[in-house]
Design a binder for this molecule. Structure first.
Ligand SMILES: *[C@@H]1O[C@H](CO)[C@@H](O)[C@H](O)[C@H]1NC(C)=O
Ligand SMILES: *[C@@H]1O[C@H](CO)[C@@H](O)[C@H](O)[C@H]1NC(C)=O
Ligand SMILES: *[C@@H]1O[C@H](CO)[C@@H](O)[C@H](O)[C@H]1NC(C)=O
Ligand SMILES: *[C@@H]1O[C@H](CO)[C@@H](O)[C@H](O)[C@H]1NC(C)=O
Ligand SMILES: *[C@@H]1O[C@H](CO)[C@@H](O)[C@H](O)[C@H]1NC(C)=O
Ligand SMILES: *[C@@H]1O[C@H](CO)[C@@H](O)[C@H](O)[C@H]1NC(C)=O
Length: 502
């Protein structure tokens, strides 16, 4: 009896240990919410904690999202979106309001552990054609000043996440030590960097080895990873030789190009935070689960070893992985892979085994991240092409598939993608189903001029291998109501805290 009680106690201990796992020290993750159906914020916050992430970066300061983070202690980077930069940069009063509503409101015991405010998101991206150039640095100054005046400035620093295209090396000398800021933003970057240094804030940069490879068939693929080609069995990529340093991966080369660019303007020691780095799993021939696993496993081992890069040896790198879960409503302008950046699926299931601690023991490196708990789904039913819908109607089927795909996420259907192997009937069913699920399984969303039927029998659903006909998560009802209640509670407590301070 006593013995079995001891065993039971020991087992409870084991269960408790297994309920969360450790990750690389201080590891962060990006939580984007551009999805037709979002997991409840509390479910996401728990997913973040269970997997040992210490930090999270979000893309706004949405009250629902913040309600999930309240009371968790997770270090949070919130953001002023690009479309607010001109208002916040042009008017200090607006910056003060933003800080009051989106920072001060959460600064109470049990509130949100805000540590950074990202001012804009990649505002100098070439694709924006300079639209945010004038507003970004003034917005950065105004937000930091408002943080300082509200008494949060020591704890909370404003920074600007820039895309890695703000710097490069000349084509005539393509090595990291020749790095410099892009001509058209060099002056802005110098102002920004000077300000960040003075306020004690890091520069934040997003680095994507995947994008070096995407659409560039000449790029040596092994150079995108960290294993010197060992994982592919190829000979190691020819290193880029630079002042006595051999670069064997594009992450190091890219990071050190930034270090050189900073050094050139006198700020070679400014702290750098990697705001986004990751690998997508679908939507392109190089966006696969296997490559993502290879990338993350190499990256995490690197981070755990705290080796830094050749120009910043032994300086641990602060990193936010991109991203937590897939987002089926993101713009696919950059490419179909945009909706597949999650380490986890849209419903919080891990996509591949990887040791988030960055260990290299064989058994631990094959450990699965922990799935989200408490996920509620809609009813298990699907919308598929009706069995009696015939080839005669090929024109109508195609039209309806086109409609479904214009309004829902068909990126998995592309050539070489996870559902690219379906036949024409399977293809149509897939399109009908994603549309039906995105529309919350509304009855009218599974008609398609009589070509579609709802089924609850999984045998009617042509899922195959990695091509999964999904059932969406429940977005309304109990969970949403609970989230709203939590927001209201946070707001009330926040207000109370403000009143006490006043
Ligand atoms: C606070 O952030 C939210 C979400 O990003 C935004 O909609 C709102 O306008 C901000 N509040 C102020 C006063 O700027
Ligand atoms: C960066 O900031 C530190 C601390 O405020 C200051 O001592 C240093 O001179 C600054 N560096 C430059 C290059 O301005
Ligand atoms: C760099 O790599 C080349 C081979 O590509 C090798 O000959 C050289 O010794 C290496 N240098 C260093 C410093 O590792
Ligand atoms: C398929 O059969 C159903 C009834 O079983 C009917 O309502 C529907 O119109 C038929 N669709 C086609 C395309 O013939
Ligand atoms: C499947 O649907 C997609 C999206 O409409 C289309 O691009 C593709 O050609 C289709 N494939 C087949 C086999 O019908
Ligand atoms: C397919 O997705 C559903 C959730 O929509 C999940 O329950 C199921 O495990 C998935 N199947 C596979 C093979 O991933």
């Amino acid at each position: 009896m006593a013995a079995s009680r001891r065993v039971a106690a020991a087992m409870i201990g084991v269960v408790a240990i297994m309920a969360t796992i450790a990750a690389v020290d201080g590891l962060g993750v990006n939580w984007g919410t551009m999805a037709t159906h979002r997991l409840p914020p509390k479910v996401i916050a728990r997913l973040i904690k269970d997997n040992g992430f210490k930090k999270v970066k979000i893309f706004d300061a949405d009250a629902t999202t913040m309600s999930g983070l309240a009371g968790t202690g997770i270090e949070t980077m919130i953001a002023v979106p690009n479309d607010m930069l001109s208002a916040v940069g042009g008017d200090y009063g607006r910056a003060r309001e933003w800080v009051k509503e989106n920072v001060t409101r959460y600064m109470f015991d049990g509130g949100v552990n805000i540590r950074h405010v990202a001012v804009g998101n990649e505002p100098f991206l070439k694709a924006y054609g300079g639209a945010f150039d004038r507003h970004t640095v003034p917005a950065l100054r105004n937000i930091q000043r408002a943080l300082d005046e509200a008494g949060h400035g020591t704890k909370i620093k404003a920074t600007v996440p820039v895309n890695a295209d703000v710097y490069d090396s000349p084509a005539s000398n393509p090595v990291p030590s020749a790095g410099r800021f892009r001509d058209d933003v060099a002056g802005l970057m110098a102002d920004m960097v000077k300000f960040l240094n003075r306020s004690g804030a890091p520069l934040t940069v997003n680095i994507y080895p995947f994008l070096s490879l995407y659409g560039n068939d000449d790029f040596p693929i092994d150079y995108a990873f960290f294993d010197g080609g060992a994982a592919s069995g190829d000979p190691p990529p020819k290193p880029v030789f630079d002042n006595g340093i051999n670069y064997t991966n594009v992450f190091d080369a890219n990071f050190d190009t930034l270090v050189s660019s900073l050094k050139k303007i006198g700020f070679g020691n400014l702290p750098i935070v990697i705001g986004e780095v990751g690998w997508p799993t679908d939507g392109d021939k190089h966006a696969t689960v296997a490559y993502a696993q290879r990338f993350y496993s190499g990256l995490l081992k690197r981070l755990a070893a705290r080796r830094g890069t050749p120009l910043r040896p032994r300086v641990p790198i602060d990193v936010y992985l991109f991203g937590l879960v897939d987002e089926d409503a993101k713009s696919v302008a950059p490419g179909n892979f945009e909706r597949h950046w999650g380490i986890f699926t849209f419903d919080g299931r891990p996509k591949f085994p990887v040791d988030l601690r960055g260990g290299d023991g064989r058994s631990s490196s094959s450990s699965m991240p922990l799935a989200a708990k408490g996920v509620e789904y809609m009813k298990r039913r699907w919308c598929v092409l009706a069995p009696n819908a015939t080839d005669d109607e090929a024109g109508r089927v195609a039209d309806n598939v086109g409609y479904a795909c214009a309004h829902a996420d068909c990126t998995a259907l592309g050539l070489g993608c996870s559902c690219g192997g379906l036949d024409a009937r399977g293809n149509a069913s897939y399109a009908f189903n994603v549309y039906y699920q995105a529309q919350g399984q509304a009855e009218a969303a599974c008609d398609f001029q009589g070509l579609a039927v709802v089924t609850e029998d999984e045998r009617d659903v042509p899922s195959q291998g990695a091509c999964n006909f999904t059932v969406q998560v429940a977005a309304a009802g109990k969970t949403a109501a609970a989230a709203c209640a939590a927001v209201a509670a946070a707001a009330v407590v926040g207000l109370a805290a403000v009143l006490v301070l006043v």
